[in-house]
Every structure is written in structure tokens, then in C-alpha cells.
Design a protein around this ligand. Sequence first.
Ligand code: PLP
Length: 418
Amino acid sequence: MWINPGRNPALAIGASNSPFQPAGMQAARDRFTRFAPLLGQLFPELTASGGRIESPLLPAPAMQEALGLPADQGRLWVKADHSLPVAGSVKARGGFHEVLEVTERLALANDLLPSDADYRSLCGPHARALFAHHQIAVGSTGNLGMAIGVLAAALGFRAVVHMSTDAKEWKKQRLRQRGVEVVEHPGDYELAVASGRKLAQADPLCHFVDDERSLSLFMGYSAAALHLQSQLQAQGVTVDAQHPLIVYLPCGVGGAPAGIAWGLHQLFGKNVHCFFAEPVQSPCFLVHMLAPEGSSPSVYDYGLTNKTEADGLAVPRASQLAAAVMRPLLAGVFTMEDQTLFDHLALLLGTQGLRIEPSAAAGFSGPGHLRDSALACPNANHVVWTTGGLLVPDTQYQVFLQRSAYPSNQVAPVQSTT
Ligand SMILES: Cc1ncc(COP(=O)(O)O)c(C=O)c1O
């Protein structure tokens, strides 16, 4: 666990010319609201939620006990983004937002959305004919590609996802089944993004979703903070100096956790404390924070391998945009071995019946690091963000379970959610 000595949330109030304004977070939330009827029409699994893509905030007392966290250290919650419908991960928040922003811009520019228009008209033949001429592309470790690819293809865009050859095979297959073009690149995630970016630049009708640089992705993630605020209120949870909110976020390139953390700071100021969680072999955000400002180190520079079963977190170099925003906000970063991820994944199934992927288990070692610190008091609320898992095939999930140190008779039977 590294604690950020430079944390000073007061420094993070955006200057008026900064692109990071609270209005951007509200605008993202409003965009999701405008598009909800269309999303409900495109994806039957969204009928029940009226087209809203959100996840529950769940109390996790049994997991708290299993982790050995006494009640005098605060209360444990799970923010269950592993259950986000359609794309099955936190990347749906940013990814869907950017696809919807591009869609809206194109539709407005082509007079397809008069002022009182029903957004469901964008499923119609005129809009689809327009979108078919445009490409939306992205470079991804898997889950961002799933979000962008599935929504872009459903809207009628040509959807292209650039992935490294060693990305999870089932993710590539699932994308291809949904009409998404998957382009494989030798090397890691960073190279796949760079190749995708270069190919996209050659096509004026291609919009490239840039996981390392995109403000639209960032604002899409940040809107989660508004929803979490209303969920905390509904649960009667106070956040102030005596009741700290401590949030543990799995970190890959840093966009998703930084967007959420920035949003939370707009709402709760210095009373929210955000910790990023990274695999021991892929701590790109940590090495960035430790390096002199202005440099952009990679985990390979430190002799690390960037090999981890937490595929969503297997990123060698942090997003500079995310790192710049987080420098005064971040409370700290902690790392964990893959074995800990498998153990916590199995423990969460056994205690709370929740089915997550290894990347999404990264936050659970956080509260233990803060044991007996000033933050871990009886009034503290610890929120572990479980960032993915809904779409993991059962056979793959069983392999994860087998790698845990917990005998299979101590965990509940798997309930299929796919
Ligand atoms: C399940 C999961 N959790 C967390 C992350 C981290 O998001 P980011 O790469 O924006 O830091 C990812 C990224 O793909 C992911 O797939």
C-alpha cells in the first residue's frame, strides 16, 4: 500500500478553462437519460430498468466477516458493476457514453433529431443508413471493446475492436458473434491501442474511442458518482469528516477509476478517499505516481512482466489524462498477487453469492491495508467496486474457482447469469 503524500483535494477544483467541470458529469447523466428509451428498445435485458444501465449498492456483512474486518473498522459495501447489463463491466459506463455522444452528434448534424424527437427513431431506416457509413473503433483489453462493440453494432455502425493476440478468446468470440470486427495485434494492450489509433486516423468516417485520452469516456464514468450518492442517501449513509467514504477501485489504464473518483470528489470533497487496486505485475498507475511529474513510465521499466489473470488490469502504462487528474486526489494505490484475486473471487461467491471476474476482485484487499489507520473507524463506509463478471462463461468461471485456496465445498454452487 502506497499512500499519496501529495493528496490535496482542494487543489483539484477545476479552473474555469479546465475540461473537467462538474457540468460534464451532469451532462453525461442527462445523455444516458435521453437515450434510455432507445437502449430499452435495442436490448431486451434493459426492459425492466427502462433502459437505464446501473448497478446496486449492496451491504456485504458476510464478506466483511470472512475478510476479518471487525465492525469497529467500519462497514463493507459492494458497488456491483459486475452486474451491469449488456456489457457486464464498469467499462459500459464510459464506453456507452462515448458511443451515445457520437450517435447524438451525427444525428443532430443530419437533422434526425428535431427538438421534441423520440430517440427511439434512431432505430429507424434513415438513421441506420447514416450510421452504416461510419465506423466506431477502439483498442481494448476486452471489456471496453465489449461495451463499444456491442452498442455500436446494435446501432448499425461498423464496429471494430483492436485487441492483443493474448486477450481472452471468449471475449473475441462473443464480439464476433455480435457482428463486431475483431482485429488482433501481436504484443500487449498498449500496442493494440496504438495500432488501432493509427489505422483509424486514415479513415475520416471513423471515430476512434481512445481509452488513454478520451474526455467523453471519463465523463461517462464520472456519472456513476451521482448514482452512488443517491444510493448512499437511500441507505441512510452519511458522508462527512466523521463518516469517511473509502472507495476501492480496480485500475487498468486508469480512466474508469479516475472518472469515478473525480466525480465522487465533486460531490463529497475531502471526505471521500479513493484507493486504486492493481496487480503486482501491472502497477502502471503506481509507477506513474512515483515517477517525476511529466514522465510516463511503463511497468516494464521496473522489470515487471505485465502478466496477470486480471486481464482488464493488464496495462503497462497509465493514461496521462487520468494520472494528471488523480495526482492531487488519489488517496493511495495497493497491489495484490493473482492468488489473492482468485481467493477473494471465491470468497465473494461463498459469502454473498456474487459472481465476479478476477479484475473485479482487486479491491477486496484494500480495507485490510487500512486496518487501525485513522480512516478505519466505526463510522467509516468501505465501498469495494466490483467492476466485471456478468458475461464470463461458466466454464471459465469454474477455472477461476479451482485456482482459489478455498475448497469447492466451501463455496456456494454457481448460478448462471449469462
Ligand atoms: C473488469 C475491469 N475492471 C477494471 C478495469 C479498469 O479500467 P481502466 O482500464 O479504465 O482503469 C477494467 C478495464 O478494462 C476492467 O475490464
